[in-house]
Write a protein that binds this ligand. Structure first.
Ligand code: UDP
Length: 483
């Protein structure tokens, strides 16, 4: 059967699956056949807490398929290890034969796969697969992390050559990195991707991340979840090495805008790609709060804090006297077992001015008029969601691209404050009041200007809108050739 058919394969984490699923919907809105591959455990979560059943019902050309969880095959750290690093490593090691089985068992009812959009962090996976099968498939890498971190990932080997890396144990973390084109003298050691730090969290090494990034050079094209106006300087550097780059973001907003204007999917339900049960009770609480009075606090899907850090944040929030909505994931705090007493002043302050949920409908929360700021771990999805909503941020990055993102939030886009490497109740209190009160107008002005640019980019004639048209055209051109 003639036509184009895209196979999409994200790395099995919410922050990766979510934007790729948004892209899958956008492609399906253009009537492209898309097969979206999830691992069993991700599929189960999406079925339980998200809404992928109605997603396939809404788009006749969007198909879902599953493969086994690669961590169950193990790697050098053994099977069943579900740490983030092991999930990534085991997926790069074991996914290929599972994907090959899917490609070999294609239905005659729909066009054969002509294009693979693969999570870029998985490196040479699809290229290896295509050459092994000897079939012509266009390979596109989608990097779900920020472009402002993709670029340092790519440039890291040069920093070793100029002796700016490695960072040594006794290093001054404020040392400036000068030899990064497009970011000269912007990043300090502490702002580099977390893998550059001595004793970095997780089992992904800086060499491995850098190597995976280099593998994207062999792909036919690169997709980034950003918009030209946000990352102009960085994109111009990336394009010197990757000639075909599609900037389609912010993808969540891009999809919302398209859905609002199409007839094919005119029920405005946001098909949630959630991995957790959403507690909507916070929306009614927000309705009762004054405009711009609430700080939203969330550290994403996998950040963990110690009990001491929790207490510093909590005291700081309560002492700030501002209202706050806090996502307290059940697995957010480590080392809680021995002592989960909450000081009375925190109980009281939270009862008076706070609200807690285990998981919030974040996009909706950020769009609520009561929200005046976001204390975030600077995950790329959260950052984009905050930018779209025009909400200023306080950044407390945890790992990976978050260290770079937070630097950009404070120093490049000037839409917030960077609290990295500090966890102190007085600093929390001061930054909350700076963001919500003393410097509110300044941050709000730049955040709203950025929100406007984001909105323009996904509107007809905008940069991400045009880039999406180009991508569709590109994918369809291979559909014609290959069938
Ligand atoms: N999120 C959510 N509800 C919450 C907390 C987070 O829906 O209570 C979503 C958030 O909207 C974002 C994603 O989880 O889309 C987190 O992705 P991000 O890239 O920010 O962080 P990570 O997954 O790396 O922790």
């Amino acid at each position: 059967m003639a036509g184009a058919h895209v196979l999409m394969f994200p790395c099995p984490f919410q922050g990766h699956v979510q934007p790729m699923l948004k892209l899958a919907e956008l492609l399906a809105l253009h009537h492209l056949h898309v097969t979206f591959i999830n691992t069993h455990s991700i599929h189960n979560r999406l079925t339980r807490y998200g809404d992928i059943q109605s997603l396939s019902a809404s788009y006749p050309t969007l198909h879902f398929n599953t493969i086994a969880d690669c961590y169950s095959f193990g790697n050098n750290t053994g099977s069943g290890d579900t740490t983030a690093g092991n999930i990534i490593l085991s997926t790069t090691l074991h996914a290929k034969p599972l994907l090959r089985n899917i490609l070999l068992a294609q239905s005659p009812e729909i066009p054969k796969v002509t294009c693979i959009i693969q999570d870029g962090i998985l490196g040479s996976l699809s290229n290896d697969l295509a050459s092994e099968l000897g079939i012509p498939i266009t390979i596109i890498h989608f990097r779900t992390s920020s472009p402002c971190c993709f670029w340092p990932y790519f440039w890291l080997p040069n920093l070793f050559k100029t002796n700016e890396l490695p960072i040594r144990g006794d290093e001054d973390m404020d040392r400036i990195i000068s030899n990064m084109p497009g970011m000269e003298n912007l990043l300090r050691c502490r702002d580099l991707p977390s893998f550059c730090r001595p004793g970095a969290k997780g089992n992904l090494s800086i060499d491995w991340v850098s190597l995976q990034t280099q593998q994207s050079l062999a792909a036919d094209a690169l997709i980034l979840n950003t918009f030209e106006e946000l990352d102009r300087l960085v994109l111009s550097q990336i394009r010197l090495h990757f000639p075909k780059v599609y900037t389609l973001g912010p993808l969540h907003h891009h999809l919302n805008v398209r859905k609002a204007e199409t007839n094919e999917a005119n029920d405005n339900t946001s098909f949630r790609s959630s991995f957790f049960e959403v507690d909507r009770s916070c929306m009614a609480w927000l309705d009762a709060q004054a405009k711009g009075s609430v700080l939203y606090v969330s550290f994403g899907t996998s950040t963990i804090v110690t009990r001491e850090e929790l207490m510093e944040f909590w005291h700081g929030l309560v002492n700030s006297k501002r209202r706050f909505l806090w996502v307290m994931r059940p697995d957010l705090v480590v080392g809680r077992e021995n002592d989960d007493r909450i000081p009375e002043e925190l109980e009281e302050g939270t009862k008076e001015r706070g609200f807690m949920v285990e998981w919030a409908p974040q996009e909706e929360v950020l769009a609520h008029k009561a929200i005046g700021g976001f204390l975030t771990h600077s995950g790329w999805n959260s950052t984009l969601e905050s930018l779209v909503a025009g909400v200023p941020m306080i950044c407390w990055p945890y790992f990976a691209d978050q260290q770079v993102n937070s630097r950009f939030v404070s120093e490049v886009w000037k839409v917030g404050l960077d609290m990295k490497d500090v966890c102190d109740r007085d600093v929390v209190e001061k930054m909350v009041n700076d963001l919500m009160v003393h410097r509110r107008d300044e941050f709000l002005k730049s955040a709203q200007a950025m929100a406007m640019l984001a909105n323009q980019s996904v509107s007809p004639g905008g940069s991400s809108h045009s880039s999406m048209q180009d991508l569709i055209h590109y994918i369809k051109s291979f559909g014609k050739e290959n069938n």
